[in-house]
Design a protein around this ligand. Structure first.
Ligand code: NDP
Ligand code: OXD
Length: 321
């Protein structure tokens, strides 16, 4: 029997999203089915049952009349969901250990950088200054994770293992050993009030857009060891109000920010974030999507689907994540 074809619709522009890399990996893990890179490879659209996508052109998925599943090649589905013509077949997102571990590395690294005064020591080394600062224990720093999903939960647990005082906030309440859990709009204030370092790992939806704004920043704890609150955003740029963020850094409402994501990516050369003394930034690579790990994951999901098992990590279209 001829197996349903897999169409790859990939754009993004970075090395990690080079379409040929993905075609090579998918052809290797799906040797018994046609894998077509769109628009380079010719394929009869009627043969396509599966599409693996990253930022496909709006409307492009409507070309396949027999599509059964769309696989978003990242964890966040905001880009694909913004296509109002997206076929109503199941949309599966990425949730794999490889990606989760990469994000946890990023979050732990940046929380530790603030906790252990790494900016100050790098500067001291440049100036040849030997002047150790008082170092408090990890348990004296209150970290708050917005989003206790696949990524937020793992980062929270890793930080708690190191000894940080960790809380998390999500839509529905969770019970996670060692983590103080808050949920919903009603508990956001309490969560922020006990937080020195706010880590955002929320999806970008109509409800979360712009949630990192002045109102949120002013509710963060101001009596913590760092001398002011710090924000780490590795979710999506649309979660942050960038004017509020810059103003809060400038007037001292925030001590510092670590940003992996921005409204406009690549970050324009004239963005004030590049040279802001209180900003540490990275080019949206907190957790790279690895073609080896993700192609295997998609092939496993296709195998589940074809053997009648339920797909995993299907996006709730109404919730938007
Ligand atoms: P999940 O869907 O597993 O988790 C999302 C979490 O956010 C859940 O805990 C959910 O609550 C919570 N949430 C959603 N909406 C709200 C709301 N309105 N109020 C409170 N909590 C809310 O996602 P992942 O953990 O896998 O990924 C999170 C995001 O990280 C992705 O959407 C993507 O944007 C970003 N990302 C960034 C990367 C990077 O390199 N910078 C790489 C990968 C992902 P509940 O559990 O109750 O539903
Ligand atoms: C993702 C990302 O959502 O890489 O996976 O941003």
């Amino acid at each position: 029997m001829v197996k349903g074809a897999l169409a790859l619709l990939i754009s993004g522009g970075t090395e990690n999203w080079a379409p040929l890399r993905w075609r090579e990996r998918f052809s290797r893990v799906c040797p018994d089915r046609a894998v077509a890179l769109i628009p380079d490879d010719a394929i009869d659209p009627a043969l396509v049952r599966y599409a693996a996508v990253w930022k496909p052109k709006p409307g492009a998925l409507s070309d396949f009349p027999n599509l059964e599943v769309i696989f978003n090649l990242g964890a966040g589905v905001d880009a694909v969901m913004s296509d109002l013509t997206l076929p109503t077949v199941p949309l599966v997102r990425v949730a794999v250990d490889d990606l989760t571990r990469r994000m946890t590395e990023y979050v732990v690294m940046h929380v530790l950088m603030h906790h252990r005064h790494q900016g100050y020591y790098a500067e001291s080394q440049r100036k040849k200054v030997w002047a150790p600062k008082l170092q408090w224990a990890a348990g004296d720093l209150r970290v708050g994770i917005m989003g206790l999903g696949v990524l937020g939960r793992d980062a929270a647990e890793a930080l708690a293992r190191i000894g940080f005082d960790v809380a998390g906030w999500s839509s529905t309440w969770k019970a996670i050993s060692g983590i103080e859990c808050f949920a919903g709009a009603a508990q956001l204030g309490g969560f922020l009030a006990r937080t020195d370092v706010l880590v955002c790992l929320l999806p970008l939806t109509a409800q979360t857009r712009g949630i990192l704004n002045r109102r949120t920043f002013t509710k963060l704890a101001r009596d913590g060891k760092l001398g002011g609150p710090v924000v780490v955003n590795a979710g999506r740029g649309g979660l942050q109000n960038e004017d509020d963020l810059l103003a809060a850094l400038d007037d001292g409402t925030l001590l510092a920010a670590t940003l992996d994501v921005f409204h406009s990516e690549p970050l324009p050369a004239d963005s004030p974030f590049w040279s802001h003394p209180k900003v540490t930034l990275s080019p949206h690579n907190a957790a790279d999507t690895d073609p080896d790990a993700i192609s295997v994951y998609v092939a496993e999901q296709i195998a589940r689907h074809e053997s009648g098992e339920p797909l995993e990590n299907v996006v709730d279209r109404k919730a938007g994540y």
